[in-house]
Design a binder for this molecule. Structure first.
Ligand SMILES: Nc1ncnc2c1ncn2[C@@H]1O[C@H](COP(=O)(O)OP(=O)(O)OP(=O)(O)O)[C@@H](O)[C@H]1O
Length: 731
């Protein structure tokens, strides 16, 4: 302790304020020797009401808030409050004690609960629900865990809250103390929910200096991870150094030293891209991926073509006769190119005939005896591909035989995909990693056809594969430009093309009600009015006028999660109206910020191969079993049971983000367009949302916001070099 600092110990009564970014906290603390509650301010990660903390710092008089305690280090104590003990017991520490039992134990023994278990365990039998068997279980687990408790005490004293301490123990076991002491920064890599900023606070609290190389290394990794979340494949060295400097606040030469060591140890890759006049810094896996994609594509193209020359015109005639259309020259060229080339990319907006020519090609290839494989990045996109072509289609993960136990793709360079022609739809969603895995598994003798719309939003993961391939100008491509779905038939199609070309959509609503249009723009400026109008449209107007079910057939999209028009609030409001349930003791189940009830519309947010549900799948809750903390979701007739832990993979889905809607289509789509979403007003976003609508699209908002979005064609900047690599190999 430094000379003029003091220590106080007390229980957190309330948390007045906490900054989730850096955990700066204002808390009211109940300190034994103080008459009044103490206001304490400082960095306090994962503070929870009821915890006992020891704070080291000094008393100050704040000009506005008066007498308060400013602390610069802290530690958590083994809890002494009822709430704290209950949390501690239910953190998974002791077998046989879950949330319900810990509540009962604390109700019975109050603040002495831990002492009772330790010294007088027989008394546990007094607690309702603890029989001989469970008593034995608790007793032996408690004894076994003596060591663990020591570890927990250590972690708590480092300023790690009980919840995280339990996770750390689960991960490292008996090694926890050693590992955390040696390098706390590994927590950011290893423990879910602990990010760099939180570890940084913990480490600072443990006395680790700002220029500690492990800290700098962790900061650099953190900066790169963030860049990858933004979609970049690499960062220019200068930008990486600047961002690392901002995050770490240490001298740049120290960052540079650590960087150089990381290059030397192959923890990072660096390559000079002279034509871009920069040095690109990559994580090794993404470097391999980007180079690998380019290499494999170039090898595929160098392999002799299959030159599929079969009964092209015969089949064309049959198709033209059956569908009553004449395949245009542009479409014909795309088909022929796909027959001739080893790789072809077919791009075009909605209604340009991508599906139509896909059907023709599948017929031609199959007739000629070639094995055709169809796949798409998401489950919904694969289903759509299958139903529109009549040919089996699967997710790319399935095509590559993803094994969830081993966590990898079974199909790779050694054991490649069986198929002569591999066709991938919704190729705009391909990120660098998935494309690399795909390319590894495509045999050199096969042909690859990528079908997609490059004007859709870029993939969620890093890279911009489809755009880079097109920009490289060295991979065969066919652009479909002519729209066949007529404007008088569909304003959705007309307007999506208009928006894509930078024109405002047609929204004159000379609508006599006899002829139902498929696109509406409802003007409202104020965000509260936009919200109310949307709720009315989804729950009353659309079902009344168009007959769509407001839950199963209408999908609300929003550019963002937060704010009054964000996904979270829209879900709350829509649920209140569409699935409120009258009876009070309706069964519910909580998970994170979600509360689930029977009948709720939900979305799976990651691929789960065990349950066979995939990112973007939407279903309805069929049954909530609160006692066993389980629920069942009905995915179009297939019932899937979720354990409490698996509920983290579900979210309410009355409203979802536009990003999450990529690759899916819905009978009706409703979306707010408000200046509130200023940063998100981008042409691609509006275009992607609009093209998700099959039969009806309704936008609610201001023309000003719509105009801003349509005019904002700044393509999201993503650092990637696939285009350059392809040029170098193939030009
Ligand atoms: N050459 C053509 N002549 C006349 N109609 C055509 C032609 N090509 C396609 N169409 C028709 O245009 C409509 C849109 O075609 P298709 O569904 O193949 O387009 P798409 O690009 O797959 O669109 P989306 O991405 O919106 O599904 C269909 O009704 C199709 O029958």
């Amino acid at each position: 302790m430094s000379l003029n600092s003091t220590e106080i110990t007390g229980q957190i009564e309330t948390i007045t304020y906490t900054n989730p970014e850096n955990s700066y906290t204002v808390a009211r603390i109940n300190v034994e020797d103080e008459d009044d509650m103490v206001t304490a301010v400082g960095y306090l990660p994962s503070a929870e009401v009821g915890q006992v903390v020891t704070l080291e710092g000094k008393w100050v008089i704040h000009p506005k808030y008066g007498h308060q305690f400013e602390f610069n280090s802290y530690s958590y104590d083994v809890p002494t409050s009822k709430e704290g003990i209950q949390k501690y017991l239910s953190s998974g520490l002791v077998e046989g004690i879950g949330p319900v039992m810990s509540e009962r134990i604390v109700d019975e023994f109050g603040k002495n609960a831990l002492e009772v278990i330790d010294e007088d365990p027989d008394r546990l039998l007094e607690v309702e629900g603890i029989g001989k068997k469970r008593y034995q279980e608790i007793k032996s687990s408690w004894e076994e865990q003596k060591e663990i408790r020591d570890i927990m005490v250590f972690l708590l004293s480092c300023g790690i809250s009980p919840t995280y301490a339990a996770r750390i123990f689960e991960k490292y076991g008996q090694e926890a103390v050693k590992k955390v002491e040696r390098n706390p920064y590994r927590l950011a890599r290893d423990i879910r929910g602990i990010g760099f900023k939180r570890v940084d606070e913990i480490a600072k609290n443990m006395g680790i200096e700002g220029d500690n190389p492990e800290r700098i290394k962790a900061g650099i990794s953190h900066v790169l991870d963030e860049a990858i979340d933004e979609g970049h494949v690499f960062l220019p060295k200068e930008e990486l150094e600047e961002r690392a400097f901002q995050a770490l606040q240490v001298e740049k030469n120290k960052v540079e030293n650590v960087l150089n060591r990381m290059f030397k140890n192959d923890e990072l890759e660096i390559e000079t891209l002279s034509e871009k006049n920069l040095q690109a810094v990559y994580l090794p896996a993404l470097y391999r991926a980007e180079k690998g994609i380019a290499d494999k594509l170039s090898r595929l193209l160098h392999f002799p073509s299959q030159d599929i020359n079969s009964s092209f015109s015969d089949i064309l005639k049959v198709v033209e006769k059956n569908s009553n259309i004449i395949i245009s020259d542009e479409q014909r060229r795309a088909i022929k190119k796909s027959m001739r080339e080893k790789v072809n990319v077919i791009t075009g907006g909605p209604g340009t005939g991508k599906t139509t020519i896909l059907k023709v090609m599948i017929a031609i290839f199959s007739r000629a005896g070639y094995k055709v494989r169809l796949a798409a990045p998401t489950g919904r996109a694969a289903k759509k591909m299958e139903s529109s072509t009549g040919h089996p289609a699967e997710t790319i993960h399935r095509l590559l035989d993803f094994n969830h136990h081993q966590g990898g793709f079974q199909k790779d360079e050694e054991d490649q995909i069986e198929g002569d022609i591999i066709i991938i739809d919704e190729a705009s969603m391909l990120d660098s990693r998935l494309m690399y895995n795909l390319m590894n598994a495509v045999p050199e003798k096969s042909s690859l056809i990528l079908v997609g719309d490059v004007n859709q939003l870029p993939p969620v993961g890093p890279g911009y594969v489809l755009r880079d391939i097109l920009d490289s100008d060295v991979i065969p491509k066919s652009r479909l430009t002519k729209i066949y779905r007529q404007a008088d038939e569909s304003l959705i199609v007309l307007n999506s093309h208009r928006i894509n070309s930078g024109y405002m959509p047609v929204m004159d609503s000379a609508d006599d009600g006899s002829n139902l249009r498929d696109f509406y723009f409802v003007q409202e400026k104020d965000k509260n009015r936009i919200l109310n109008m949307m709720l009315k449209i989804v729950t009353e107007r659309i079902p009344g006028r168009f007959g769509f079910d407001p839950i199963d057939e209408v999908q609300v999209l929003s550019p963002m999660r937060r704010g009054i028009l964000g996904v979270d609030n829209l879900n709350k409001k829509l649920k209140e109206i569409l699935n409120s349930g009258k009876d009070n003791d309706r069964k519910d189940l909580k998970s994170g910020n979600n509360v689930f009830h029977n009948g709720d519309k939900v979305m799976q947010i990651k691929n789960n191969y065990e349950l066979e549900v995939f990112n973007g799948d939407i279903g309805r809750i069929h049954f909530v079993d609160r006692d066993n903390k389980k629920l069942q979701v009905d995915y179009s007739g297939r019932k899937v049971t979720y354990s409490h832990k698996q509920l983290q993979e579900l979210t309410l889905a009355y409203a979802i983000t536009v990003h999450k809607s990529q690759g899916s289509e819905y009978p009706a789509m409703v979306m707010p367009v408000s200046t509130q979403h200023y940063v998100m007003l981008q042409r691609k976003l509006i275009y992607t949302a609009l093209t998700r609508a099959e039969n009806l699209a309704v936008m609610v908002g201001s023309k000003k916001a719509l105009g801003m979005a349509v005019n904002n064609n700044k393509d999201e900047k993503r650092f990637s070099y696939l285009d350059g690599r392809l040029k170098n190999l193939l030009a």
